[in-house]
Ligand binder design. Sequence first.
Ligand code: SF4
Length: 342
Amino acid sequence: MAHISTSDSAQSPDAALKPLLTVRDLSVEYRTKSGRVRAVDHVSFDINAGEVFGLAGESGCGKSTIAHAITRLLKPPAYTEGGDIRFQGRNVLELKDDALRAFRWEHVAIVFQSAMNALNPILTIGDQIVDVIRAHTGMSTRQARARALELLQVVGIDAKRIDSYPHQLSGGMRQRTVIATALALNPELIVMDEPTTALDVVVQKQIIDELQQLKKQFGFSILFITHDLSLLVEISDRIGIMYAGELVEIATARQLFKNPRHPYTQRLMNSFPSIHGAKQEMLGIPGSPPDLIHPPTGCRFHPRCSKVIAGVCREIHPQLIPLDATHAAACHLVNEGLHDAN
Ligand code: SF4
């Protein structure tokens, strides 16, 4: 099955720029006792310098597996089965130990959902930030502690908290600490996997606002992963929609908000209340994502799609085809001009 990459389909508006990160035809499998699960299937996208690229989709669609593949954090039974990941032109999949260590903190930092898992419960937050700085730079402990203080203040944590243990902080402060640690070495890209999902909406909003300020200040790019498409539309430049391991739509946030083309994106968009526009009934998405050991034939969304084309959708796998310079979708309705999916 041929898959068209974003290099020849939907590009970022700044396609003339060299991307910071390119992911091409990435495939990842989990080798389980019941069989091989292809969690990510020939996924391609770029992230440019200073860009926020969002990845959305339901649980199990492969978005977190992509984050783990990019940061080389996949562990057996997960294996990268094919494709290419390049960061500033360097092949990430071939980085050896020292280069990989430097890549992970100095170039790409990661913020996961559970700050409690990311932080060491028996070290103060200051010591944890100091450890990261000292492991990657020639700074003395004193210099690193001064930098840690600076970073905590940058993310809105009072300097007095530097000697607190993670359990002494609120959930929001712990997540801010993880973000401060991620910023410690001025990385060009921060991968954020559901960074605010565990937080209440007020703290979530505060952290997102702060993140946008930090991005303006430091100029890093973000790969932001969440199931909450309405949040992504607010903060992203471009968004990729994942379904059952595949990228089914990619567009600018504005295009996706105004004119989502794939029926799955339309449903996903309708599953969350928007803070803009008129009140409307939330429809949700019927059924559940498929078993990836035996994915549906043709379009993987067909068992849940209300717009199935008889004789086409169940038989033929739709390709990700460009609709314009920045928008692509993998749906027979859209791609073959049979009907408009709206
Ligand atoms: Fe629905 Fe067919 Fe489009 Fe798949 S290809 S989303 S089944 S209309």
